[in-house]
Design a protein around this ligand. Structure first.
Ligand SMILES: [Fe+2]
Length: 226
């Protein structure tokens, strides 16, 4: 339906991915997609954030980050302050826009009336510290050029773990963003394979938790490779 900017990075169906990889990266666990347990969820449908300037936000995500606008609406009457509110922002008929963040996931913004809510503290408990988007090596180079062209300061590229680099910057709302690249994966990044630890490596950390026992450790590491 839509044109996906990252279409070339879409994963093959389960079971056909790992054979194509040029080099496994990061933690070195190399879990095959056949062996891995499947997550209960498929991935992110929409990540919903808040802005007080939807026009500026729309320009940033479409023009600078290359995420096409796919849906623009106002929240229907009665859902803000009326009985129909289900946890959405308590303002009537505010704007709610959606952007294609790639791989069939969307990024959404509510437009909060200016001055009605405080600025975010990304380190507050329960808040979003940052959001990291996967990109291919080419897009990883491109984003630096886009940020420079738009006079947006950034940090990086910074190695995050073996085989994974990140570039950090802020959106116009002060939301911290990251572009993450697994260079060895080329145009076909596999995030779970890159980030999965061996069981022994995870256990070294998990054993530092209070109140755990061997049964708990076995349960939590059951999906990790040796
Ligand atoms: Fe990160």
């Amino acid at each position: 339906m839509q044109k996906h900017l990252e279409k070339s990075t879409l994963k093959p169906k389960s079971g056909s991915g790992s054979a194509k990889r040029a080099a496994p990266s990061a933690a070195g666990a190399k879990p095959s997609s056949e062996k891995r347990a499947q997550s209960f969820t498929r991935g992110v449908h929409h990540l919903a954030l808040c802005t007080d300037d939807i026009k500026k936000t729309t320009e940033f995500y479409t023009r600078v980050l290359g995420m096409p606008l796919i849906h623009a609406l106002k929240v229907p009457p009665g859902l803000g302050t009326g009985k129909g509110n289900r946890g959405n922002p308590p303002y009537e008929e505010i704007r709610h826009y959606f952007f294609d963040m790639g791989n069939d996931s969307t990024l959404a913004f509510f437009e909060i009336p200016p001055g009605k809510e405080p600025a975010t503290n990304r380190n507050a408990i329960g808040s979003m510290q940052h959001c990291s988007f996967v990109v291919t090596p080419k897009r990883f180079r491109d984003i630096e050029e886009r940020l420079k062209a738009n006079n947006i300061s950034y940090i990086g590229p910074i190695p995050q773990m073996p085989g994974l680099d990140g570039i950090y910057f802020m959106d116009p709302n002060g939301i911290r963003l990251e572009f993450a690249c697994q260079a060895a994966d080329g145009d076909d990044p596999h995030v779970i394979e890159c980030c999965t630890q061996t069981k022994a490596s995870a256990l070294r950390e998990l054993r530092t938790l209070p109140g755990i026992d061997e049964a708990w450790l076995n349960e939590m590491t059951a999906n990790l490779p040796d």
